[in-house]
Design a protein around this ligand. Sequence first.
Ligand SMILES: [Zn+2]
Length: 156
Amino acid sequence: MRLTVVGAGPAYGDQPGMLGACYLLESRDEAMALDLGHGAFAGLASRVAPEALVTVFVSHLHPDHFVDLVPLRHWLRYHLPVPGRVRVDGPADLAKRLDALHGEPGFTAVALDVEPLVAGTRAVGPFTLELARVRHTADSFAVRVTCGDGAAGLVY
Ligand SMILES: [Zn+2]
């Protein structure tokens, strides 16, 4: 499993390149992202085809961790010759939050398949996600990602 730090900045920055959280994980020819914070989409899209992500894991609903799902949604809807869809493993209120941000019911559902986070283990493509609640917002999760290659994995 290979980790690329796309963005690791704070909630705001005063220097170019200080992007919201986004970590790209690749295993063989499949990829997922951990969070997609402000400004991170272009860096992600320059490294992998966004429509090919097996999931975007969203840890919690602070904008520096999820707001670039908006450009991902637009990419899937308008950039591709045939509109695409991407799975998002995120907090239960994620779609409601994005819909409200854009003032458009159904805004999220046209391109993103949100799977609500619950504690436990789930398989997504080649990745195994072990989810556990953590204290931060009312609905925040940590994740341990492994991919069956014998490596220890990554905890986020
Ligand atoms: Zn936060």
